[in-house]
Design a protein around this ligand. Structure first.
Ligand SMILES: C[S@@+](CC[C@H](N)C(=O)[O-])C[C@H]1O[C@@H](n2cnc3c(N)ncnc32)[C@H](O)[C@@H]1O
Length: 479
């Protein structure tokens, strides 16, 4: 793994619930449905796979969480591999996720110590399970060792958060063009990085099947679809704003944030830390450095450093005022709450495959099929079919939202709060959401707009890597 300026630090999607509690898969019925949709593509890939006697067939599940949601699919994979290709080879299933992932629940499920889907590990011989706690923005496995790659609902999480979003929680509600621009750029860069790393890991001739969240042609996306009156993302935003109104969390007015940025920027320029024409992205970077400088130092030390960074004479304001400004900035909790994900459109997904000279095509990946679908929310479907107690239903449904959003809210809160206080605030948010759902369950649901993909790694690429092709352009005709 190389250490560069974009080095990955786990963020945004830490497991919700205790390690080994199985919280994720017990509470995300939508994801089982989504993965089920990919089964035909995965089974096609298995039929077409070339499996040699005595070899090892490796399946990788990227961004697996606690592994329960893909267990039925992986059971079918193992079953089909044995049925079609016989018994004379080993099967290695590798689960990949962030180092902070709940791998404990995965093993408890696979070994049958926790209720869940049936386990292929218990039911088939010569099957092995390993895990990889790296991150999918790096190469996770040795070159050309993966025979079937799979990932569901994970690649929308970005490598780094491109910026905090003004007045909203996620990129689909951005109102400031510079923020939209840096988010879009980060998402394009990250998608290419994901593909290039997978191209290294895939064995020639093997396939990668993906089920990913998408913004479809009608603008629908997970949680915000035509058939459901209340958008999950707007609801979260409104309720978080409600906590500001009730004085439970802080938010600075936009003018104040901008003014603050200008003061900090000016001071940085004065002391020669930044040029006069900083881009918005650079400004955000400068701001986070300032925040870090503040977080790392106690007040006396900060005042000392302030002599360098924030000269009172140059800023024409008192040192105390500057400290207040920085405190206020770190207390802008609504602004600091930003989902570090980007839901791409189909065109954005397709972009790296458009030109035959693109790095992704040169690395040997080609597109076999792409399909966009809307998958109805199983929680809402059950309510519409069976009805029941609205409070019970709401209590059952809300963890499906909390499983992927909890960390973003907790990490937006000021570090001056204790972790218990942060937890109480986030509990309050989801209790309010639960109360809203209980008022009218049919208005809520997590219907998902998704894209299934089948990609293939070209055979023969090992001998014709991108660098060689550049020097010997004619080779590309054979590749
Ligand atoms: C919504 S869950 C999807 C889990 C499972 N694949 C499913 O479909 O039910 C997204 C997962 O992606 C993981 N993830 C996010 N960023 C990641 C990264 N850079 N590397 C590896 N995993 C990541 C999260 O930790 C989380 O477990």
């Amino acid at each position: 793994m190389s250490k560069d300026e974009d080095a990955f630090i786990p963020h945004s999607n830490f497991p919700c619930g205790a390690d080994g509690s199985g919280y994720y898969s017990d509470n995300t019925l939508c994801c089982y449905k989504l993965i089920y949709e990919a089964a035909p593509l995965v089974l096609d890939a298995i039929k077409l796979a070339s499996v040699k006697p005595g070899s090892v067939f490796t399946i990788a599940d990227y961004g697996c969480a606690d592994g329960g949601t893909s267990m039925p699919l992986l059971y079918t994979c193992v079953q089909e591999l044995r049925k079609i290709h016989g018994d004379d080879f080993s099967i290695n299933v590798i689960y990949e996720d962030q180092p902070v992932n709940d791998f404990k629940s995965l093993f408890l499920r696979l070994q049958g110590f926790m209720p869940g889907p049936k386990s292929y590990l218990l039911n088939f011989p010569d099957v092995f399970v390993t895990t990889c706690g790296t991150n999918f923005y790096s190469q996770c496995f040795p070159p050309q060792t993966v025979n079937l790659a799979f990932s569901a609902t994970a690649f929308h999480w970005l490598n780094i958060k491109p910026c905090d979003i003004t007045g909203a929680l996620d990129h689909t509600m951005i109102t400031i063009p510079e923020e939209a621009e840096v988010s879009k750029k980060q998402a394009a860069k990250d998608w290419e990085t994901i593909l290039l790393n997978r191209a290294k890991e895939l064995a020639p001739g093997s396939r990668m099947i993906l089920v990913q969240l998408v913004i479809d042609k009608e603008g629908q996306r997970a949680g915000t679809t035509k058939g459901t009156r209340v958008s999950a993302h707007h609801m979260l935003s409104e309720l978080w704003q409600g906590l500001v109104t009730d004085g439970l969390i802080t938010q600075l007015p936009r003018e104040e944030v901008n003014g603050l940025m200008d003061i900090i920027l000016r001071s940085m320029q004065l002391v020669g830390h930044a040029s006069a024409t900083l881009s918005h992205k650079r400004r955000v970077a400068v701001l986070s450095k300032v925040n870090k400088a503040y977080a790392d130092l106690d007040k006396d030390k900060f005042r000392e450093a302030g002599n360098d960074l924030f000269s009172a004479r140059r800023l024409e304001s008192s040192e105390d005022e500057q400290v207040d400004i920085l405190e206020a900035r770190t207390e802008n909790e609504f602004h600091n709450t930003t989902f570090a994900y980007y839901v791409r459109t189909e065109n954005e997904f397709r972009k790296p495959f458009e030109s035959k000279d693109s790095p992704v095509r040169k690395a040997g990946l080609s597109l076999i099929s792409v399909e966009t679908k809307v998958v109805l929310c199983p929680y809402k479907e059950k309510w519409l079919k069976n009805g029941g107690d609205p409070k019970e239903h709401a209590h059952w449904y809300i963890p499906a939202i909390r499983a992927w959003s909890n960390t973003t809210f907790a990490s937006g809160l000021s570090d001056s709060r204790s972790s218990e206080e942060k937890e109480r605030i986030v509990d309050e948010l989801f209790q309010r959401y639960e109360n809203e759902v209980a008022k009218c369950p049919e208005d809520h649901g997590l219907t998902l707009s998704m894209l299934t993909w089948s990609l293939e790694k070209r055979r023969g690429t090992p001998f014709m890597d991108a660098a060689l092709l550049e020097y010997v352009p004619k080779l590309s005709e054979f590749n």
